[in-house]
Design a binder for this molecule. Sequence first.
Ligand SMILES: [Zn+2]
Length: 65
Amino acid sequence: MSKLCKSCGNYYEGDHCDKCGYGDPNLKTHAADKYKKPTKPERFRTEEEKELYAEWEKEKKRTLR
Ligand SMILES: [Zn+2]
């Protein structure tokens, strides 16, 4: 079953994201912020994705201050 990456929103198989490396202990994932953009139109989003995007919005507000 695919997992939704908490860092970039990509779906991945296995134990780490193949797009940003999230979950891979050998890789630093601090550069993943550039991927934190919703890539789907709102009506096609799953509940899981909506939650994740809401998290990103909160993070953005925190870092913009
Ligand atoms: Zn990722």
